[in-house]
Write a protein that binds this ligand. Structure first.
Ligand code: FES
Length: 253
């Protein structure tokens, strides 16, 4: 199949508040695309052509290519991770597009995720939020100890739903406020539903919200775009969990 690509090209890291000053969309035609290729394999083919012509290949992030690491981050035709629901860009296949389709590919657009080059953005703001407390620091023993602590089925399922977050940042890219509350909510909800995570729940909620605000992410205004864009289909319920945990922590002081 053939496709016409319009890809954001940006030679160096963002410097201006207006991203349009830093790069531009460049048109490419690609004729030898298999419908069974993943979207990233299609970009690999494009890069082979560009390198063959002595041009700079398109920079894009990827690691596992199996939908588990959260590294791939492309806005495809205006949607974070592209047109398929519950699918990362690396698991998206070209059969999702018509022969001859025109496809626009851009990086995540959010101030806390500055563009580094082409389609690559700096998501270290998420790392700093995790470092603020998205972990358990109390001694929890070995696996047999964990197995000996009963967890109600409903709590276990809610914790597991939240734990599927891969930290890709699609929730931020899809939100008009660049809110990270689905991401932070997933971390807080995950641990708040487990006995081992409850020990530090107040401190965790306070610290994660403070880190999120310090990084410049916006607030949730109930647009639900984050839930629609999330490749792991994490429900907005985790934002309610975050608000509840944060309010309780503030009351306790
Ligand atoms: S490359 Fe790992 S989730 Fe896409």
């Amino acid at each position: 199949m053939k496709v016409v690509l319009h890809i954001w090209r940006q030679a160096r890291a963002s410097t201006s508040a207006d991203f349009a000053q830093d790069g531009r969309m460049v048109r490419y035609e690609l004729a030898d695309v298999s419908p069974d290729m993943s979207f990233l394999e299609m970009l690999d083919v494009l890069n082979e052509h560009l390198i063959g012509k002595g041009e700079e290949p398109v920079a894009f992030d990827h690691d596992c290519r199996e939908g588990i690491c959260g590294t791939c981050s492309l806005v495809i035709n205006g949607r974070a991770h592209g047109p398929e629901r519950g699918t990362t860009a690396c698991q998206l296949h070209m059969r999702s597009f018509q022969d001859g389709a025109e496809i626009w590919v851009e990086p995540w657009r959010a101030k806390p995720f500055p563009v580094v080059r082409d389609l690559v953005v700096d998501r270290s703001a998420f790392d700093r939020i995790v470092q603020a407390g998205a972990f358990i620091s109390v001694r929890t023993g070995a696996a047999p100890d964990a197995n000996a602590i009963p967890v109600p089925k409903d709590d276990a399922e809610k914790a597991f739903d939240a734990a599927t977050c891969i930290g890709c940042g699609a929730c931020v890219a899809a939100c008009k406020n660049a809110s990270a509350m689905l991401f932070v909510g997933a971390k807080v909800s995950h641990f708040a539903h487990l006995p081992q995570g409850r020990v530090e729940r107040e401190r965790r909620a306070r610290n994660l919200v403070a880190a999120m605000d310090a990084e410049g992410f916006g607030n949730c205004t109930n647009q639900y775009e984050c839930e629609a864009a999330c490749p792991k289909e994490i429900p907005v319920r985790v934002i309610a969990d975050l608000n509840r945990e944060f309010t309780k922590a503030k009351i306790k002081g």
